[in-house]
Write a protein that binds this ligand. Structure first.
Ligand SMILES: Cc1ncc(COP(=O)(O)O)c(C=O)c1O
Length: 436
């Protein structure tokens, strides 16, 4: 028996479902993956099979695995004793760096995960505005806490009308009554956004949204939609929160907000911000952030917030993102990879659409036009996608399936042009045996 299968069976005896995170099961292969060694863009599993990684720790390892700059910074922090739950020089250094590179940031706070960042950010928005309701976009994902686990992977037959999408719960066990605090609007729909503001604008504390909707692969916002969003939130005194947990640093150092030229009031950062270590950030306008204790009355605390090892890793990672040529390389790989995949699908007669920006992308099977929102992607050919992922994995290219409607994939900066060509060559072989 393979060591991977053996390990999965063993884990299932003590770890619920065999995993530490439910979406870690890759449904395309029917088990979790066990990558014991990793270097740059390559992973090696327990059976010594090698893969080029197009998941990249769900977006956390933008530099690649085992980056030497991050490792040195982590080792130096460990050597200094890594006294946690106190402040140190690097906490302020990292805060300054983030305020310098991300447009909306005047003040920041550190927490551990994307989930915590959105949770605290929403509490702060409610404290600042004195209002309770939250508007979110259908399908956008903001973490696993009860406030936002609505309308994230709604089954096609439960969507409701476009005018009134259901706030379909993403889990059982959620606090009763929270649904009433959520207004759901389809992404990229200016008319319905205006209508929602006419009806609920004065009750809303905040709008939270993905400025680039990467959780559905890669869906870009229409310029009119972004303009309306910024204008309506200002007019109604509603805070605009960009959830940049997945988008930050992906296509440029200033995140999606810099790329789009739209500055929110608050934003959250996660994944790539920690260079592969568990750091997340929320921050924004100084007058709002000053509402946090100990200045104000809104609580945000945590024993492991701003852990010295993680802060050191983040400093090293963001400095690496700022090195000359970093994003030129990301965009060169993106261009080659996305065009190459599109050509391969056409060559093998597969109706699949590749959409990406910077280091992350989506592949949509059986969709003929550019998807603009969740409703456009929910009908993609999920079973075909699973077969593709399985065959890609068998040929040494790792894609992850998240179990939802669409998936996001990505590459790291350690992936060279030669590695990219190798990905395309491996997938060419895989698609030759792909059963439509
Ligand atoms: C946009 C967005 N927000 C929040 C989260 C939650 O982050 P975490 O998994 O670190 O809790 C994710 C995770 O995928 C995300 O993509």
């Amino acid at each position: 028996m393979s060591r991977v299968t053996e390990q999965y069976q063993r884990a299932c005896q003590s770890l619920a479902g065999g995993v530490s995170s439910s979406t870690r099961l890759n449904r395309a292969v029917g088990h979790a993956m066990y990558f014991d060694r990793a270097d740059g863009c390559r992973l090696e599993d327990l059976d010594s099979r090698e893969y080029i990684d197009l998941c990249c720790s769900h977006g956390a390892t933008l530099l690649g695995h085992g980056d030497a700059r991050v490792r040195r910074a982590v080792e130096a922090a460990l050597a200094r004793g890594a006294a946690c739950s106190y402040e140190n020089e690097q906490t302020a250094e990292l805060a300054e760096l983030l305020c310098e590179v991300i447009p909306c940031l005047e003040r920041v706070r550190f927490t551990g995960s994307g989930t915590e960042a959105t949770m605290h950010c929403i509490r702060l928005a409610r404290a600042f505005t004195g209002r309770g309701k939250l508007l979110k976009f259908e399908g956008n994902f903001h973490g696993y806490h009860d406030q936002v686990m609505f309308a994230i992977g709604t089954p096609a037959d439960q969507l409701g009308s476009e005018e009134q999408p259901t706030a379909y719960p993403g889990s059982t066990g959620m606090t009763p009554g929270l649904q009433e605090q959520i207004i759901v609007v389809p992404y990229n729909h200016v008319d319905l956004l205006e209508r929602a503001f006419q009806q609920h604008g004065h009750e809303l504390a905040a709008v939270i949204g993905e400025p680039i909707y990467y959780n559905a692969g890669c869906i870009l916002p229409n310029p009119e939609f972004m303009t309306a969003l910024r204008e309506l939130t200002r007019r109604y005194g509603v805070l605009l929160i960009f959830d940049e947990v997945l988008s930050a640093f992906r296509m440029g150092i200033s995140g999606a907000q810099g790329y789009l030229g739209v500055t929110p009031d608050l934003c959250t950062l996660g994944k790539a911000v920690g260079g592969g270590y568990p750091l997340s950030v929320f921050g924004g306008r100084r007058d709002i952030m000053d509402r946090l204790m100990p200045i104000g009355d809104c609580q945000h605390s945590g024993t492991y917030n701003g852990h010295p090892v993680v802060v050191a890793a983040a400093l090293a990672a963001i400095r690496a993102y700022r090195e000359p040529g970093f994003y030129d390389h990301i965009h060169a790989v993106a261009e080659l990879l996305f065009a190459g995949l599109t050509t391969l699908f056409a060559k093998h007669g597969i109706n699949a659409r590749v959409q990406g920006l910077g280091a992350r992308f989506g592949v949509y099977f059986g969709i003929d036009r550019e998807p603009r929102n969740y409703r456009d992607v929910v009908h993609h050919q999920r079973n075909q996608m699973l077969r593709f992922i399985k065959i890609a994995i068998e040929h040494g290219v790792y894609f992850h399936d998240y179990g939802g409607a669409a998936c996001h994939h990505g590459f790291c900066a350690a992936m060279s042009i030669a590695d990219t060509n190798e990905v395309l060559a491996r997938l060419d072989k895989a698609l030759a045996v792909f059963d439509l």
